[in-house]
Design a binder for this molecule. Sequence first.
Ligand SMILES: [Zn+2]
Length: 167
Amino acid sequence: MVVNIKISTGAIILLLLVGLILLNYFVFIPTLEQVIDSRVLVNESVYVKKDVLDALNILYESHDTEWVTCGKGSINNVRKTTMITSLQATKILESTRHSALFNPCPDNTIVWIHNHPSGTCTYSPEDVFVFGTSKQPLMGVMCGKNRLAIYSQKTLRQGGLKVKVVK
Ligand SMILES: [Zn+2]
C-alpha cells in the first residue's frame, strides 16, 4: 500500500513536469528570431503573435513610403507584459519616405506601429511628438524584416522594450 502511494505520487509529479514542459513549449517558446531594437532594452516584455509579425513583414516589404497600423491585444500590469494579437488598419491621408499623415489609432488599441523605410530603428523627434499626443501606451517602429522596435511612453528615453515572437 505504502509503495503504491509512493509510485502514484511520483507519477503525478512526473506528469506535472511533462505537462509544464509541453505548456512552455507551445505557449511561451519564442519562435524565429528575437526581434529587437539596437538600443538598450528595458525590463518590460512585449509578445507579438507570429501572424502579426508576418503581416508587418508583408507591409514592410511592399512599401517604400511610410505606413501606420494599430496593434490590439492585452496588457498584464502585474507581469509587466503586453501581448499584441491583431492589427487594425487606420486611414493614411498622406505618405512619403520620411513622414505620414494618418488618422489616430482607435482608443482600444495598444500600440501604433509605423515603418522606417530607411531601416533606422530609433524614433525621430516627430515620432516623440506624435507619441506624446497619442492615446496608445506603446509605439512600434518596423525597421526591417523581422525587426520591430517597441517603445513605451513611460520608458521612452531608456530604449526599446524586449520583443518576443510567439505562436
Ligand atoms: Zn518614425
